[in-house]
Design a protein around this ligand. Sequence first.
Ligand SMILES: [Zn+2]
Ligand SMILES: [Zn+2]
Length: 133
Amino acid sequence: MFCKNCGEAINDNQAICLKCGVKVGDGNAYCANCGQAVAPEATVCLNCGVAVTNQAQQKDLDGKLGNYDKIVMIIVCLFLGGLGIHNFMLGETKKGVFKIIMSLLCGIGGILALIDLIKICMGNYVIDPEKLV
Ligand SMILES: [Zn+2]
Ligand SMILES: [Zn+2]
């Protein structure tokens, strides 16, 4: 990945950029995915198409998912994930319905929920009401 402040290439395990000293993930001048300069207000990198999250959004993702604490979502996903309850809570009706159907038909709703659970734990979960899984 790349420093969002100066665009220098950095390792995933680095905590701060060795070139500018800014904490990894801070800054909004460069794309963390490809290192191209992006406009501070941009939401998507025009070079690689990856979503550019600003500092405020990043912090929000750390402790929260949608309007809920991440911990709450992890617990809900763990126990009720197979029925897509966490999806309904996040406004992802399509995903929720899809999981219920998958659970009833072939019992793989739980596996899909497990994938969601891992994403939530890793902070990689993206709320998208338009997608099925
Ligand atoms: Zn830097
Ligand atoms: Zn990019």
